[in-house]
Design a protein around this ligand. Structure first.
Ligand SMILES: [Zn+2]
Length: 57
């Protein structure tokens, strides 16, 4: 998705290319986040749809 190997933060499954994921992240506190990939890598937690469906219940 962002050219990185990301893991589901719940089940640690590797997120596959083009897989639909749910992303939990903090909104940038600073204006002008130029390195969005680095920001996402630090701040974003990916949750695969399987786990997202489980957490909805
Ligand atoms: Zn998962």
């Amino acid at each position: 998705m962002f050219g990185m190997n990301e893991l589901c933060s719940v089940c640690q499954k590797e997120i596959q290319p083009n897989e639909e994921v749910w992303v939990r992240m903090k909104y940038p506190s600073k204006r002008g986040v130029t390195e969005i990939k680095a920001f996402l890598h630090q701040e974003a937690q990916f949750v695969c749809m399987d786990c997202f469906e489980k957490t909805k219940k």
